[in-house]
Design a protein around this ligand. Structure first.
Ligand SMILES: [Zn+2]
Length: 458
């Protein structure tokens, strides 16, 4: 029996990661993410899954970001009943992420119903809280660096990827092939986490290509100086700084950076609000002593976030009050690409005032509001109306926790044995092709960009 691999998502785009392995009637899925960004992509979330979810035996998860786990509740609702395997901290974070995703999906459907701007009548959530809870019951913890037996001659192994807490590359061995899924790869060093490690090689390798066509700028001589300067400037003119941040990992890294800037006397003491229940819950996992071994050895696990004026915003009332901050402050809120969540209300209130500033702290996918801001949009559409953009916009690339082109090549080049085929995934068509071309040229590896929906025999 030959093993086949189908790219159900995360091919030709950065979101929706879903890779199906099949061999002798057995089906194993790696990651189950939702598509985000442009409307035509988001609509793919509503299509029937290409195989009956009940026919999938097991789902293996690389990490807890929504574009890798956010579709799990839909699969469970539609019949998947096997195990979902992930590292311990991924299980912890996935519980936070999936509950939040269900809550947002239900709330957005309600809002759309009230304002009448959905095409579904009545507007439906992609999945419900009950679906998310059911999915969470199927999670089972696996260890890093250990072969996990999947029966029938299949095995899988998780290796640290240094991208977010719990993140991993997964190597799957079937009776006739071996496939390595890079997952999202961190940079050589992560500001908070243990660094990524090199997994054992495989015949076929899927490597992410978020930044496959780019090199990160050399960090400024003084780390994050453009950000520090922006915070000083904005505070002087009486404005506030809004940082849309992915709730999981980016918020921790932003808080740790602010802690360092404040300790070094490079920014004034301002109130720092974290307005994202999900980010606060994730922060709890990062600071949990049980998981201290997953952090950088040179980091104080409990003290890496140490801001005297850190305010946690939990309730909706507190969140609404924050729309009109009386004194300059820093607000960190999700989602990171401004596709939804509480950050939208802050953008609505802060963008029209030129005293304020917005810091983009991560990758901004095509079609998202974050990308529009990055590209200098004069207006932003939110809740069905156009909001003028007058606030200052800064992109701080030093926050990136995705490997750039050279760092991806370093990872590929270190695999032993070298792969006989490389597919570039989790990138736009441009960055995926660029990484494939560079990998062929510089490493002599047969590489090409994966195509959404295609099945290849391995
Ligand atoms: Zn990720």
């Amino acid at each position: 029996m030959a093993t086949s691999l189908t790219f159900i998502g995360g091919a030709g785009t950065v979101t929706g990661s879903k890779y199906l392995l099949a061999d002798g009637g057995r089906r194993v899925l790696v990651d189950a993410g939702v598509f985000q960004g442009e409307k035509e992509l988001r609509e793919l979330n509503w299509r029937p899954f290409p195989v009956p979810p009940a026919s999938i035996e097991t789902i293996l998860v690389t990490h807890a970001h929504t574009d890798h786990v956010g579709y799990l509740p839909a699969l469970v609702r539609d019949g998947f009943a096997g195990e979902i395997l992930a590292t311990e901290t991924t299980c912890e974070l996935a519980a936070i992420v999936l509950r939040d995703a269900a809550f947002l999906a239900e709330r957005d459907a309600e809002h759309a119903a009230e304002r009448g701007y959905s095409k579904h009548t009545p507007p439906l959530p992609l999945f419900t809280t009950a679906d998310a809870e059911q999915a969470l019951r199927l999670f089972r913890v696996v260890d890093y660096d250990t072969d996990v037996d999947l029966d029938a001659g299949w095995a899988a192994r998780w290796t640290r990827a240094g991208h977010i807490l719990g993140s991993a590359s997964i190597r799957v061995a079937t009776p006739s092939a071996s496939v390595l899924f890079s997952g999202d790869l961190g940079r050589a060093e992560h500001p908070v986490l243990r660094a990524r490690e090199i997994p054992p090689g495989a015949d076929v390798v899927l490597v992410e290509s978020t930044y496959g066509d780019r090199e990160h700028h050399e960090p400024s001589a003084k780390a994050h100086e453009p950000l520090a300067d922006l915070i000083r400037r904005t505070a002087r003119r009486g404005g506030s700084v809004l940082i849309p941040a992915f709730a999981v990992d980016r918020t921790e890294v932003v808080l740790q950076t602010l802690t360092t800037l404040l300790k070094d006397g490079r920014i004034p003491e301002l109130p720092v609000f974290v307005n994202s229940p999900m980010a606060l819950a994730a922060l709890g996992v990062y600071r949990d002593a049980r998981f201290a071994g997953e952090l950088r050895p040179d980091l104080d696990a409990t003290g890496f976030v140490d801001l005297p004026h850190l305010r946690e915003v939990h309730t909706t009332e507190e969140s609404i009050r924050l729309n009109d901050p009386k004194v300059p402050c820093v607000i960190i809120s999700s989602s990171g690409m401004a596709t939804g969540g509480r950050v939208l209300h802050h953008l609505e209130h802060l963008l029209p005032d030129s005293r304020n500033a917005v810091v983009l702290a991560g990758y901004q996918a095509e079609g998202t509001r974050g990308r529009a801001l990055l590209e200098g949009a004069q207006h932003l559409k939110m809740h069905g109306r156009q909001v003028p953009v007058r606030a200052e916009i800064l992109q701080d690339e030093e926050f990136s926790v995705h490997a750039d082109c050279s760092e991806l090549l370093d990872w590929l080049g270190a695999l032993t044995p070298a792969p006989s085929q490389v597919f570039t995934v989790h990138g736009t068509a441009t960055s995926a092709s660029a990484l494939a071309a560079t990998a062929s040229e510089r490493l002599g590896l047969p590489a090409r960009a994966a195509v959404l929906g295609e099945t290849v025999d391995l």
